[in-house]
Design a protein. Sequence first.
Length: 436
Amino acid sequence: MKTMKAAAAVLVLGLCTGLLGGCQKTAQADSKEDAGDRVQVKVWYSGGKTATKVLDEIIQQFNSSQDIYEAKGVVQADYDETYEKLQAAIAGKKQPDVVLLDADKAVNLAEKGLLEDLNTFVEKDASMNTEDFIPVFYNQGFTEDGELFAIPAYGTTQVMYYNIEAFEKAGIQADNIKTWQDLAQAAESMTVREGEETTFYGWEPMYNEDNLMDAVFSNGGSVFSEDGKSVLINSREWVEVWEAFRQWIHEDKTMRIHYGGQGWQYWYDTMDDVLQNRAGGYTGSSGDQADLDFSVVAAMPQPGFHDNPPAPVARALQFTMVKGGSDEAKQGAYEFMKYFTEAEQQAKWSMETGYVAVRQSVKENEKFQAFSEENPQILVPLEQSMHASILPIDPTGGKVYDALKIAADKVEIENIPAQEALDEAQKTAQEALDAL
C-alpha cells in the first residue's frame, strides 16, 4: 500500500549479454498477441489490496472504452519484485508493454536505454494536454537530455493526520500549525504523563528517514550540491532538524516512533495509536486515507520548519513503456497510459485509494468535487503536491540514502546526537559519490 520506501535496485547487466543492443530489437511475437481482433497490451503493476483492485477496474474500463486494444494486467508482489522480474523478462525478450515503477527504478532503466522515449507519442497527440499534469509529478519522468521515459500514474506524499478529539480537548486549531515548532508545542500540550512514563503522546512521526528528510527540505536543506559533486547531509539545515526530532522523541518524550516487526507492522501500529486515542496525530502517506476513519481523524498539510516554507517530497509512481514490443502494442501501451491519467480515471483512483491525482483538472471533475465536499481530507495531499519537492535520484545506486537510513536509526532509535550520526553518513555517502 505504501510507497514511502523507494530503495534503489541495481540493474544486473549479466542478465542479458549485449543488453542494450539485443533487447531493443523488436520482438513482435512476444509483445503482441491477438485477443480476438484486438492487440494485447501487457500491463505489470503492484500495490496494496485496494490499489490493485481499483487499477484492475480501470483496466477493464479501458478495454470497454474501445475495441482496438485489450489490456491484460498482471499483479506483482511489490515494486522491488516487479523490477527484478522485469530484468529477467527483458533478458528473455518477454517483457511487458507497460510497467508501473518507482521513479528511481524507471531512471535506472532509462539510463540503460531500455525504455521508449514517450515524446514521440505525446508530440503527435494534441489531446494529451501535458500542461495539465501537476509539475512535480510530470517532471520526474524526464532525463537531463529531455527524454520522456515515464508518465506519472499517481502521486504520493506524506501528510499529517490528527485525532480530532485530542485537538479539541487541548484547544488546538489545525490551521494555526504553520511550523514544526508549532506542532511541537501542540504535542507538548496533548502529552499525558504518569510519573516519568508518557501514556499519551502528542505526535508520532513515521519511522524511517523519509519524514526527517521532508522536514529538512522544509528547512531549506538539500541532499546534493548544485553541481552534484558534493553530499550536503551534515549541513546546518540537516543537523538542526534531526536534532529537534531526537529531542522531541528521547528528551521531551512528547513524540515517539514505532519500529521493528514484520513488513508494515510499524506503520499500522502508528496509525492505530491515533485511531484508538493513544496519540494526538501522526505523519503518514496520502495512501493511508483508504484505511482511516475520518470521523476520528482529520488531515492537514506538513508545516515548514522555522520561517521556511513547507517543501515535503511528493513521489510519482510511473508508467513506463519497455522497448521491444510491436508498433501496435506500443501504441496500445500509450493509449492505456493516457486513459489512466485522464481526469475521470484520476478522480476514481484518488477517491478510492487516497493517493494523489496527477492532473490539476481533477478538481473540476463533478464526482471529485462532490466527494471532496464530504471528504475534505482528499484535497490535502493534492494541494501539498503543488509546492512539493522532488526527491533527487541517488547516482550511487542507493548508497547515499542507505547511509541516511542508518543515520535515522541512530537518531530515532539509539538516541545518538544528530551531528554525530549525520557526520558518519556524510563520510560514507561522499565516498560513494566520489567513487563514481
